[in-house]
Design a protein. Structure first.
Length: 75
């Protein structure tokens, strides 16, 4: 796909990916899927490259963000 090749060659540290499917789509952290009964199912989407690493508390992230991480229910 030429567009994907072009944007992936723009910067060496940023890489984009895509999936083509007629039955499901992943966007941000949500996976939406069309079931065989034509019902909509959703689940949490996590990239297979995610190592579930936490933010260092001394980082400059907002305090609410850092305090909320231990209560996240994403596995």
């Amino acid at each position: 796909m030429k567009f994907l090749d072009d944007i992936n060659n723009f910067n060496d540290t940023i890489k984009f990916s895509h999936n083509i499917s007629l039955s499901e789509v992943s966007f941000l952290d949500v996976n939406v899927k069309k079931s065989k009964d034509l019902e909509i199912e959703n689940s949490v989407y996590v990239k297979n490259t995610n190592i579930h690493q936490y933010v260092e508390y001394s980082s400059s992230h907002p305090r609410a963000c850092k305090n909320g991480i231990p209560f996240s229910d994403i596995e």
